[in-house]
Ligand binder design. Structure first.
Ligand SMILES: O=C(O)CCC(=O)C(=O)O
Ligand SMILES: [Fe+2]
Length: 240
């Protein structure tokens, strides 16, 4: 039903200063994308898609479950991926609680809470870790701080739902082609809500402006800071 809709695709390309925050890497018709998923492995994912909004008949295909907790009722976002694709380690800009429902394929999940930030080579003014870390097979020689990070891992199959508490980091690797729907609940801890407001109104504006002003130098500086801050923390732990 959504075959003719043009959808945005994301690959594994690292952040480029010429891109806006979360700008897509390619566009394709939904029909062709589904063909691609079924035909061969692909790094291309659909991330934060609002296809339900555009194809209103699909809205009849689901109901909001009643968990006794107030879900954000803007239309839910859909996420698709094929064998070999993964969604990089990140947390969501609004630090929402996320109920992540999975359909079709199998997906491997890694989660960390916000207390692990100091070990994760987090990029400043961003919601990601260093993009050259392979979380599916981390190189602990190159990224020693990761050895200290305590997280969770699980696999999702058709019909499973994963609850991610507010602000949790998530890395999602599609083992086979599939798609998911995320329902969200606003951050409840005042500190997290404060961070959400800061991210949406301040962090994103600073980052977009600095990309325009300083270009790639800004991105490179942030990536270097991700390492130096994490190393500084590691050293301070051992030299006391
Ligand atoms: O499933 C994915 O590819 C990413 C999901 C995600 O980032 C989210 O639900 O916030
Ligand atoms: Fe996310």
């Amino acid at each position: 039903m959504a075959g003719d809709k043009v959808v945005p695709l994301y690959g594994n390309r690292s952040v480029d200063f010429k891109d806006g925050f979360n700008e897509p890497h390619a566009k394709i018709k939904m029909r062709d994308y589904v063909d691609l998923l079924q035909r061969e492995p692909t790094k291309f994912r659909i991330f934060l898609s609002n296809v339900l909004k555009e194809v209103s008949v699909l809205q009849k295909d689901f109901m909001y479950p009643d968990f006794g907790i107030r879900l954000m009722k803007g239309l839910p976002m859909l996420f698709f991926g094929g064998t070999d694709s993964y969604t990089f380690m990140h947390y969501d800009i609004d630090l929402a609680n996320i109920f992540h429902f999975h359909f079709e394929g199998e997906k491997k999940i890694i989660l960390f809470n916000q207390q692990q930030n100091k070990y994760l080579y987090k990029v400043p003014h961003a919601l990601i870790t260093r993009e050259d870390i392979d979380f599916s097979n981390p190189d602990f020689e190159k990224w020693p701080a990761l050895k200290n990070a305590k997280g969770y891992t699980t696999n999702l199959e058709h019909g499973n739902m994963l609850y991610m508490p507010e602000g949790y980091w998530h890395h999602m690797q599609y083992i086979t082609p599939g798609f998911s729907m995320s329902l969200r609940v606003i951050a409840r801890k005042p500190k997290n809500l404060g961070k959400a407001i800061y991210n949406i109104f301040v962090m994103r504006t600073i980052d977009n402006s600095m990309r325009r002003i300083k270009g790639q130098k800004w991105i490179d500086w942030k990536n270097e800071k991700a390492i130096s801050r994490t190393n500084k923390f590691l050293i301070s732990r051992y030299v006391k």
